[in-house]
Design a protein around this ligand. Structure first.
Ligand code: ADP
Ligand code: MG
Length: 336
């Protein structure tokens, strides 16, 4: 079991690119924390600093109570799972699972037992004699997970481990990783660019942009009270509507308003006290319809019921509960 703490941890690459800007973060023992943000925001950099794969340019990194700034990856007792599985092609699944234990000098009985337990945990029992090329993508990723698990490290780091899988398999493996965390009760730090993965998996989510932490919060809080415009826009599908107060018929200065698509009620025709607009686009999702409406030159998207029938160009009304509005300072982007 492990706690991880970063105090103003910084990474400057040669040439002056700042990969991580003074990242401060405390991760509790057994917690599942995701680092999420767009490509290039510093997720892998931060994870690699924790793993010891990159040198720290500044700040203090602790695992449990030990400062690990200058410890090698091996001395940190960490397991890492990457997007590319990098299994040994000439070894079967058993050999791949056993490898990390052999390297660490475990005896044969221990190796056999751990390989058996790990294979059971991941449903790989019947595949032990196969080579990586005889496995599907999902099975390979499971072996890669297994290889991280066999050593029973106190800390697991994942860098976009599901990005190479197709959508259906990704969702399935996502569930398996969550169940795995529940069983192992180890500390998991998980890097992803996928907001849905971050939300569904994590106890807390760390949102990053341009090397900086934007917000650290449980998924629900991120969604209900985003700290700034960036976080507001990052989570939610379809995206939150961010508009000028005038568009919603309000008069306020220096403020950008946010309203989530599920908090816009929509109906055909006009209604008293409601906004009026014209349908720009209708996107049937099966379970619901996403309707984009032109309101005074800005486009708002509303989630309408599946049986809501409307055509492009039709006049519709939109209503919202003002308690559902998010207010952001337009200049700084910060939540008010
Ligand atoms: P993410 O994982 O969020 O996509 P990274 O942590 O890989 O982002 O990268 C953060 C920033 O650091 C990017 O601007 C990237 O180009 C830069 N960067 C990453 N690795 C290196 C490196 N080895 N040398 C120079 N710049 C790097
Ligand atoms: Mg990355």
């Amino acid at each position: 079991m492990a706690t991880v703490s970063l105090e103003a941890v910084r990474k400057e690459y040669r040439g002056g690119v700042v990969g991580a800007k003074d990242v401060t973060l405390r991760i509790a023992d057994g917690e599942f924390v995701s680092l999420v943000g767009p490509s290039g925001c510093g997720k892998s950099t931060t994870l690699n600093l924790i793993a010891g794969l990159e040198d720290i340019s500044g700040g203090v990194l602790r695992i449990d109570d030990t400062v690990v700034n200058d410890l090698s990856p091996r001395e940190r007792d960490i397991a890492m799972v990457f997007q590319s599985y990098a299994l040994y092609p000439h070894m079967d699944v058993r050999g791949n699972l056993a490898f990390p234990l052999k390297v660490s000098g475990a005896d044969k009985a221990t190796i056999d037992q751990r390989v058996r337990e790990t294979a059971e945990l991941l449903g790989l029992e019947k595949l032990l004699a196969r080579r990586p090329k005889e496995l599907s993508g999902g099975q390979r990723q499971r072996v890669a997970l297994g290889r991280a698990l066999v050593r029973r490290p106190k800390l697991f780091l994942f860098d976009e481990p599901l990005s190479n899988l197709d959508a259906a398999l990704r969702t399935q493996m996502r569930g398996e990783i969550k169940k795995l965390h529940e069983r192992l009760k180890a500390t998991f730090i998980y890097v992803t660019h996928d907001q849905a993965e971050a939300m569904t998996l994590s106890d807390r989510v760390v949102v990053m942009n341009q090397g900086e932490v934007q917000q650290v919060a449980p998924p629900r809080e991120l969604y209900d009270a985003p700290a700034n415009l960036f976080v507001a826009g990052f989570f939610g599908s379809p995206r939150i509507n961010l508009v000028k107060p005038e568009t919603l018929g309000l008069r306020e200065e220096g403020v950008t308003l946010g309203i989530r698509p599920e908090h816009l009620e929509i109906g055909t025709g006009t209604a008293e006290g409601a906004l009026s607009g014209r349908v720009y686009l209708v996107e049937p999702m099966g379970s619901e319809n996403w309707v984009t409406v032109d309101v005074g030159g800005e486009r708002l998207i509303a989630r309408a019921p599946a049986d809501f029938s409307v055509r492009t160009g039709e006049t519709v009304w939109l209503r919202f509960d003002s308690k559902r509005l998010h207010r952001f300072d337009t200049a700084s982007g910060r939540r008010r």
